[in-house]
Ligand binder design. Structure first.
Ligand code: PEP
Ligand code: MN
Length: 339
């Protein structure tokens, strides 16, 4: 952090600020320029220094943060190189990324529905199967998922297709069950800042698909990843899934700039969920193509054998008969983007 003084700040004001910085235990480096003095704050407790509100002190022009608040999620940790996260033998991101497709229903509803979707996803070239056994629903009256029975159905679908499974954990009480059946734990948008959940997931030993919160900034998102990384779990795939914005005609506003910005800041792979951003089927493919074009490492997309009968997110589910063509088209755009 840099404290920059007004050109007319006097030495008494500068020394007073230095005293306040040192009172927190931080060090300092003072540079007296031709016009202005600048103090570099070293080894600071960021929150403690911020609480001093130094920018209001006499003589101070402004305070500029220079280091990143997240240490392990920052790409400097990996010498600037992208890091491949492996889920059930499938690598996301990394130096020679392959575009990955996670397909499947929003929720596991029945064995038949999940199996039909899983077989079609496999045939269309999916890399992973998605499906929620624990559903975080806005309404307490909506279908909440099949729970443990849903996990068992997912495991059966993996057995049948060979596709590794991604499923959401919403509650710490279910962590052992999810770890037992899944290949990757999904953290949903609503739980991105459920910090005790992130900490336990960091200790659980499975890769994580971390979705961006509905109003989360890039710093919020990467600090959520940091909670997992600090527990020794470096296998985190980030997922942009749209943020709330009043003016968007879709369910959420898909923030594709975030894909590029995240890749500027972190070595972690970044995928996109066009389904939850879209909210309706007609928007899913255009958003998916755009995500592939802007350099995402993959997509997570909802599909259903009979969307009209779906108990969760039917209007945004693409049907199984279009999966083949959908996958071919997004993969061809991704190939152009990385060529
Ligand atoms: C989901 O993937 O089914 C889901 C609930 O997504 P999100 O947390 O992004 O809303
Ligand atoms: Mn859904």
């Amino acid at each position: 952090m840099l404290v920059i003084f007004h050109p007319d700040a006097d030495d008494r004001e500068i020394l007073a600020v230095l005293d306040r910085i040192h009172s927190t235990g931080a060090g300092s480096q003072r540079v007296d320029g031709a016009e202005q003095t600048v103090i570099g704050v070293i080894d600071a407790d960021r929150d403690h220094i911020a609480s001093l509100e130094l920018d209001a002190d006499p003589g101070v022009d402004r305070v500029v943060p220079v280091s990143s608040p997240y240490k392990l999620a920052h790409k400097h940790r990996h010498d600037g190189a992208p890091y491949p996260v492996t889920v059930g033998g499938v690598a996301f991101g990394g130096p020679t990324p392959e575009f990955r497709l996670i397909l499947g229903p929003c929720a596991v509803e029945t064995r038949e529905q999940t199996m039909a979707a899983a077989i079609a996803c496999k045939a269309a070239g999916a890399d992973l199967l998605r499906g929620g056994a624990f559903k975080p629903r806005t309404s307490p009256y909506a279908f909440q998922g099949l729970g443990l029975d849903g996990l068992k159905i997912l495991a059966e679908a993996r057995e049948e297709t060979g596709l590794p499974i991604v499923t959401e954990l919403t509650d710490l009480r279910d962590i052992d069950a999810v770890v037992r059946y899944a290949d990757c734990i999904q953290v949903g948008a609503r739980n991105m800042q459920h910090f005790p959940l992130l900490t336990e997931i960091g200790r659980a030993g499975l890769p994580v698909l971390l979705k961006r919160g509905l109003g989360a900034s890039i710093d919020d998102f990467l600090l959520a990843a940091e909670y997992i990384l600090t527990e020794g779990n470096s296998e985190v795939v980030l997922c942009e899934r749209g943020i709330h914005a009043n003016a968007t005609p879709a369910r959420s506003c898909l923030d594709l700039a975030a894909v590029t910005v995240l890749k500027e800041h972190t070595h972690l792979p970044v995928i996109v969920d066009p389904s939850h951003a879209a909210g309706r089927r007609a928007l899913v493919e255009p958003l998916a193509l755009a995500a592939a074009a802007c350099g995402a490492d993959g997509l997570i997309v909802e599909c259903h054998p009979d969307p009209k009968q779906a108990r969760c997110d039917g209007p945004q589910a693409i049907t199984l008969d279009v999966l083949d063509e959908f996958c071919t088209r997004v993969r061809s755009v991704a190939a152009v983007a990385t060529a």
